[in-house]
Design a protein around this ligand. Structure first.
Ligand code: PLP
Length: 410
């Protein structure tokens, strides 16, 4: 693609202006918004306001005067619009890990005669760890069974209480067929939990259109909520009255400020809250979510598909095309917002890129992963990043000892 053709893509991009709502250091090609979304200008201002005015001046009155209590529901309602849910079906709370535990235990307890949590090997580690913890905590012969993607449907039987899957895979970006797998699980009476960590804010997700039961997702990736932002969870309205969170904290109580001894769960999505909401974190997340809402899932998805397409084609047609093995689906409709290439020196390649201002990340054992946040990147930047990757790999520029030293976070 010529420079003029790339400039034309940027000129026609309906999301182009939103890039300026972020504070990204000059000259940086940031291809890691799928791991930590960049700072929004609105969050920088809002954090100041929350800290200095609301916390600083209002103190305890902030809970009422600034509706701190309502923030997890309010931001949950905004996220709902991005994932095909209704207001009142999503709440912001805890981490993705903790939310998965809450929903997995609740789902297993809703199917007390069934013993199996079914999932996929190679899914994001915390998901599998939390599911191990779920069956260990519940005991009674419950177990976690892992089956490769292509064998999941065949493994669904009447002993499966809950199927847990990532909608877009964190390494390969492969998208699972939410409607089909949900229907297959329902056909044997199982519930499904979808992890939307790599989907919310970048793909079109239609939870209710797929008749989904439960979902969790991350606030600090494509939703740009900031490091360690609180996560979200979805419970379809039809399940809200019957599922009970195992972390039955007072913020999920019907009337926390009546200080009763006995737990009486709130009637709606609020029962899946646990402790006091992290007001600073929810406030920053609200700013990020607002930008995704402004763009809308359709435009976000279309741009992510176009950016990943440009990157894949340009890298493969470039000087390193033969050395890098694409592990992401080639058809845009089958992949999420990131692209992964395998290479035996993947780690060193990512470090050499970072030294040149191109930030991606590495996933063991050999994957160089690049995220294409549709809110924050231009087509010209993506083309430039592909060219630098080609130079680094084809020129062997990564082959230096300092690029092989492993840091704690890759
Ligand atoms: C990022 C991510 C998480 C994050 O979990 P935390 O509890 O925030 O550490 C969980 N699951 C998946 C699939 C993810 O991609």
């Amino acid at each position: 693609m010529t420079d003029a053709e790339i400039a034309a893509l940027d000129a026609a991009d309906p999301l182009a202006a939103l890039r300026h709502e972020f504070e990204i250091p000059d000259g940086l090609l940031y291809l890691d918004g799928n791991s930590l979304g960049p700072l929004t200008k609105s969050a920088r201002l809002r954090m100041r306001e929350v800290v200095e005015q609301e916390w600083g001046q209002s103190l305890i009155r902030g809970w009422n005067d600034h509706d701190w209590m309502g923030a997890p529901r309010r931001v949950g309602d905004a996220i709902a619009g991005l994932i095909g849910a209704e207001a009142g079906e999503v709440i912001v709370a805890d981490s993705t890990s903790a939310n998965l535990f809450k929903l997995a235990v609740a789902a297993m307890q809703a199917r007390p005669d069934r013993k199996v949590v079914l999932s996929e090997p190679g899914d994001f580690p915390t998901d599998l760890y939390m599911l191990e913890g779920t069956v260990r905590t519940l005991g009674g012969g419950r177990r976690l069974e892992l089956r490769p993607a292509e064998a999941i449907e065949a493994a669904l039987d009447e002993d499966v209480a809950v199927l847990v899957l990532c909608h877009a895979h964190y390494k390969t970006a492969r998208i699972r067929d939410m409607a089909r797998l949900t229907a297959a699980a329902h056909a044997v009476g199982a519930l499904v939990i979808w992890d939307l960590s790599h989907s919310a804010g970048v793909l079109e997700v239609d939870l209710n259109g797929c008749n989904a039961d439960l979902a969790v997702g991350c606030g600090y990736k494509y939703l740009n909520g900031g490091p360690g932002a609180p996560a979200f969870l979805f419970v379809a309205r039809r399940h809200q009255g019957s599922l009970i969170s195992p972390l039955s904290g007072w913020m999920g109580h019907a009337a926390p400020f009546t200080f009763q001894d006995a737990y009486d769960p709130a009637s709606g999505i609020g029962r899946f809250a646990c402790g006091t909401p992290p007001v600073l974190g929810v406030s920053a997340l609200e700013c990020g979510v607002a930008l995704s809402v402004r763009a809308g899932p359709k435009a976000l998805r279309a741009k992510a598909a176009a950016l990943t397409d440009l990157f894949v084609k340009r890298v493969e047609a470039g000087p390193a095309g033969a050395e890098l093995r694409l592990v992401t689906p080639r058809e845009a409709a089958a992949r999420g917002g990131h692209v992964s290439f395998a290479h035996p020196d993947g780690y060193a390649i990512v470090q050499a890129l970072i030294a040149r201002g191109v930030i991606g990340d590495f996933r063991d054992p050999d994957i160089a992963r690049f995220g294409f946040s549709p809110l924050t990147l231009s087509f010209a930047q993506v083309a430039q990043a592909a060219d630098i990757l080609g130079e680094v790999v084809a020129g062997g520029l990564y082959d230096r000892p300092e690029y092989r030293k492993r840091a704690a976070v890759t």
